[in-house]
Structure formats: structure tokens, C-alpha cells
Design a binder for this molecule. Sequence first.
Ligand SMILES: Cc1cc2nc3c(=O)[nH]c(=O)nc-3n(C[C@H](O)[C@H](O)[C@H](O)COP(=O)(O)OP(=O)(O)OC[C@H]3O[C@@H](n4cnc5c(N)ncnc54)[C@H](O)[C@@H]3O)c2cc1C
Length: 420
Amino acid sequence: MKTNTAKIQLFGTWGCAEAYAIRDFLHRGDVPFDYLELSTDEEARALAHVENLNDPRLPVVIFPDGTRFEHPTIRQITEKLGWFRTPSLSEYDLSIYGAGPAGLSAAVYGASEGLKTVLVERFALGGRAGTSPKIENYLGFPKGISGAELAERAREQAARFGAEILLLREGVRGEFQTGKGVVYLADGTKLVSKASICATGIDYRRLGVPDEERLQGAGVFYGAGASEGSLCRDEHVMIVGGGNSAAQAAIYLAKFASRVTMVIRDDSLRRSVSQYLIDRIHSTPEVEVLTRTEVVALHGDRVLEAVTLRNRDTGEEHTINTSRLFLCLGGRPHTEWAEEVGIVRDEEGYLVTGPDLPRDGAHRRPKNWPLDRDPYYLETNMPGVFAAGDVRHNSVKRCASAVGEGAMAVTFVHRYVANG
Ligand SMILES: Cc1cc2nc3c(=O)[nH]c(=O)nc-3n(C[C@H](O)[C@H](O)[C@H](O)COP(=O)(O)OP(=O)(O)OC[C@H]3O[C@@H](n4cnc5c(N)ncnc54)[C@H](O)[C@@H]3O)c2cc1C
């Protein structure tokens, strides 16, 4: 194993969930790093300067300036990178929650158009798009671009225009009245702004089988595995999900793994995967697609060792040895906070906006709507609270549309700030 001291060095062991979380965070932040997986006690001593593979000081992170962290939190790493900030203003024009494509776009347009803008993200930049190894259908990138790089470009652009970005902060509760919104973050920070945009997207759905949580990061991963590719060399890996993200994961991981099995419940990919990805899968011999199949059990004490599959027609079960399972399942938004303040959600929790809002009987406007105008297209039933991207009812689940909605929401914010 060679170490490159110009980059961050991360030393960990296979199956260590904390090391995975750090890998995932650095990868999504587009921070150059080398991950060195220690496999013997000698390596642990020689490279990470700990006693053995079970040393609780692992994982170890060493920054290029020599700063060493043992078993660090993501917060410590964020602080060392200079990315952990406190809000500089007591009141903003616009606060945005979620730094996926929609939130980043809103930050770029908001700040560039002179709004005092703050963007709050609970984990890493880029949202779900940030986990994509290669986005090929985003306008202007004919050869594709990784989600992490796209997010980093957007971050730079937003920061250049003066948007403040607060990472590792989560919006948990809001109090809204016309002209002013107060949002409380999980750490107690209070953000006040004239208008807010909720761009919190959706979360990955769980598989719902026993041991899933225990093995998370220890062989079970959510998303397309952009940070894991090179670690899958010559392995047989499995992907669950029949959408574009699962197809992307299969094509990406096939560059490293000797075999990639996609497990889908449907009888083909046709209904849920874009044709260009289907064509790509058909021309990638390492990828096989198991249709009408579901995962019913995970095996392994400390790390994932095997997966049991069941055929949905015959009920027949068989177990396949694998140490990496990537779950690319659709998700649901977490918008419980909205219900508490009377913001209308659909039955799956998506925020309802503009023309989709239910009307109050014979009146043209939503119940209790206080203004003498209709809600704007991306406005919820709470004046000044907007929704953009995947979290919005009836949204198109694509990067370009999330970016478009982020930009469009800012136009409505301007109108709201100017005229109410
Ligand atoms: C693996 C994968 C590959 C994909 N590939 C493509 C592709 O090639 N082309 C394409 O067009 N689309 C693709 N998509 C879909 C695309 O990524 C999504 O449509 C897009 O990311 C939606 O953007 P968003 O900003 O609405 O939400 P998200 O990207 O989901 O971002 C939401 C952000 O909000 C944050 N957040 C959530 N709650 C809070 C809170 N309370 N406080 C603060 N922050 C919060 C989350 O951490 C997240 O960062 C892919 C999706 C996946 C998962």
C-alpha cells in the first residue's frame, strides 16, 4: 500500500461503518483522499500507528498538514476542512433547506440576484444526485459528470455570489407568519428569513429485512456506491432496485467488480429505466438482471456475507455469497414538520404547491389563505414558504427539473418579498 501525503489519508478496516461514512462524506464533498483498507495487525501498526485491527482509535484520518484524528466524527472533519459555519446574519431574505440540485440552484439564483441567502444542509452537498457516479442526461455535459463534481461546481458558484452554506445542520421545526419565517435547526440554531424554500428531497427507502440496519456501512449501502467502486475489484456485488439510479450503479460498479447482479421485482427494466441505460446494461457482460426477485434475508455477523433471494412467482429461495449490497430504492420525503404547521402534504408526504393545492369549497383559494392573490406555482399554502425539487408533489424526479424548480422558486420569492 502506498500513501500519498498530499491528500487526506483515511485508514480503516473492512466493514467499519464509521470509515464508510467518512469515505462517503469526503467523496460527496469532492475532497481528494486516499482510503487505505488495513487487513493485518502489522499494517495497522505500520500505517495507522494503532495497536491492531480492533483498535478503537480506528478509523484514523490524517490531513495533509499532519493533523491526525482518531475515530473522528464527521463534524470534526467538517470543522477541519473549514466548512462548519455559524450564521452571520440575524435575518436573511431567503433560507433554503436541502443542498441537492434544487437547493443549490436556489442558492445560486437567490444570492446572484441580491437576496441575503442561507443554504442549510444536514449532511453533504449534492443530495441524492451527489451520490451518482455519472449523470449523463444533464444539459451541457455530453460526456456526463459525477454528482459530486456537479455539486462542488454549484457550491463554488453559490459561494462566489455570497450565499452562506451551513453544513451538518438540519431544519427540524418552523414557525411561519406572512412576511417572516423562523426555522429551528436540530442544534437549536434559529434562522429568521422573509421567505423559505424547502428542497429536502426524498430519503432512500429501506429494504425492510432483518439486520439491515446492523449491516449498514458494513456491506449494505444506500445509493449507487460512487465512493465504493474501486473497493469492489473482482468481487460479485449486488444491487437492489429497478430505476435509473440502480442501472447507473450497475454500469459503474461493473467497471470494477467481476460480476454485478441487479435484483428487480418487476419483469423487466423497461417500465422504469431510461433506454440509454438499458442499452448500456445489455452491452455490459458483467451485469445480470434477476427479474421478479426480491431480497428476503441478509447474512453475516460483523459484515455482510450473503443474501437470500426469493423468486416472486415460484417462491423458490436461494442464497448468494456477496459482501456488498447496494440499495437503490425509491424513497419518501420527511416532511412531518410541515404537518405540524398546517402546510398541506399529499398522502405520501410530498408538499403540495400552487395549482395543486386543494381549494376551500366555493372559494378559489386554499383554506385560510390570507392574501389577495393566488399561491404562486411553487408556493405552499403558507405564504412565503416554497417547495422545489423531489420533495414537491407531482415533481419530475430529475436533476434538471430540480435545478429548474430551484431557480423558478427564487423568482416567486422575489415577487413575494416585493409585494407579499
Ligand atoms: C444514485 C442516483 C442517481 C441519479 N441519477 C440521475 C441522473 O443521471 N439524471 C437525473 O436527472 N436524475 C438522477 N437522479 C435523480 C436526481 O438525483 C434527483 O431527482 C435530484 O437529486 C433531486 O434533487 P433535490 O434537490 O430535489 O433533492 P435531493 O437531491 O434529494 O437533495 C435533498 C437534500 O436535502 C437534505 N435534507 C433533507 N432534509 C433536510 C433537513 N431537514 N434540513 C437540511 N437538509 C435536509 C438532504 O440531505 C439532501 O442533501 C439520480 C438519483 C440517484 C439516487
